[in-house]
Write a protein that binds this ligand. Structure first.
Ligand code: ZN
Length: 356
């Protein structure tokens, strides 16, 4: 892998090619965009390009001693920081340790690069500490913050960084990756590329065997569900996904994310069926008749609101400690809206069906 082989992020690539050629790299960048579109990979390849000893203009060489050490995560002037296992936020102590490291001059290179993954997941103290580092960075420092939600980054931090937005990956890029790396046939790859929302991570999650098995259970339940069953249904969902069995919070969240995506795809597919959208492949394609039938009793506005509820729950998943309650609330809200559409305000949430 090298810097120029990164696909689907041409704008970002050309921005950095030009900055490198003109030797005008900033001290701090925020790489923003949804999960699974290559932000981290780009950060790593960029660091490799900056450190590479070969003198190649556009790219790293992948064969010099530094390139090789970066490829096995063993190069002293490149640091990674991310939330510790079983914690969803980066802690103050980690930021303080980073400051200490950063103020020691680079050992081998001209620069010292720090890549902070999940930099939008910090408590206030840690965020203030990061801000201090960004206010007076050593001249040799380059700090790359990787975030999925720019809204969660404080304005003062944003003002100290150059913001680089990563786009969802185009359908053909994901389709090619799925056929080449995941050995899917062309038809399957096209289907998952469309429903991935431009994220390779989402495609991988939805085509996982567990998700494919569970989607049938969920589709059957959602077809039969009665609006008064919210608590029973929540408990059944918790049992079916074995949520209680995961001791490690991070594993639990991964499973709940899969569950939420299955809900999201169900109502997305129902909306597509209702709108007669034949251009979008369905995730629940084998439940199409049931979706059409069930969709008849719901308005498009109700479906948009349900999608909004699920998207909000997905957002809270990273911050909410009480996962059981989050699931229960989401199910209760969905069933409530279905039972009483009049409770719905008129405004329609602002998103496009192909961005789901
Ligand atoms: Zn090299």
């Amino acid at each position: 892998m090298s810097f120029t082989e990164i696909i689907g992020q041409e704008q970002v690539l050309s921005l950095f090619k030009s900055a490198l050629q003109n030797e005008r790299l900033a001290h701090a960048y925020i790489f923003a965009g949804q999960e699974g579109i290559g932000k981290m990979m780009f950060a790593r390849e960029l660091a490799k390009k900056i450190f590479c000893q070969s003198g190649k203009i556009d790219d790293a060489c992948d064969v010099c001693s530094i390139c090789k050490r970066i490829m096995v995560d063993n190069f002293a002037d490149l640091f990674f920081l991310f939330p510790e296992k079983n914690h969803r936020v980066i802690k103050l102590e980690q930021l303080k340790h980073l400051q200490e490291i950063l103020y020691v001059k680079p050992i081998e290179a001209k620069h010292k690069i720090v890549i902070i993954e999940d930099a939008d997941k910090m408590n206030e103290e840690a965020s203030n500490c990061l801000l201090k580092t960004l206010e007076e960075p050593p001249l040799y420092a380059i700090i790359l913050l990787i975030v999925t939600s720019l809204e969660s980054v404080s304005e003062t931090i944003k003002s100290r960084c150059q913001i680089v937005r990563f786009s969802p990956l185009p359908v053909d890029v994901i389709r090619n990756i799925l056929t080449e790396r995941f050995q899917l046939d062309k038809q399957q790859a096209t289907q998952f590329a469309f429903i991935s929302g431009g994220s390779l991570a989402r495609a991988a999650m939805l085509m996982d065997a567990n998700a494919l098995e569970k989607k049938h259970w969920l589709a059957k339940k959602l077809f039969e569900i009665n609006c008064a069953d919210n608590l029973t249904f929540s408990q059944e969902v918790l049992d079916e996904w074995n949520i209680q069995d995961f001791d490690i919070l991070e594993e639990k969240r991964t499973h709940v994310k899969e569950l939420f995506f299955l809900f999201l795809m169900y109502y997305r597919d129902m909306l597509i069926c209702k709108a007669g959208g034949t251009d979008f492949p369905l995730y629940y394609d084998d439940w199409k008749d049931a979706l059409i039938k069930k969709g008849k009793s719901l308005t498009e506005n109700t479906l948009f609101k349900i999608l909004d509820i699920i998207k909000t729950s997905l957002k809270y998943l990273d911050y909410n400690a009480n996962i059981n309650l989050l699931i229960e609330n989401m199910i209760t809200e969905i069933l409530y809206i279905i039972s009483d559409p009049k409770a719905l305000k008129d405004e329609r949430p602002l998103f496009r069906i192909d961005s789901l």
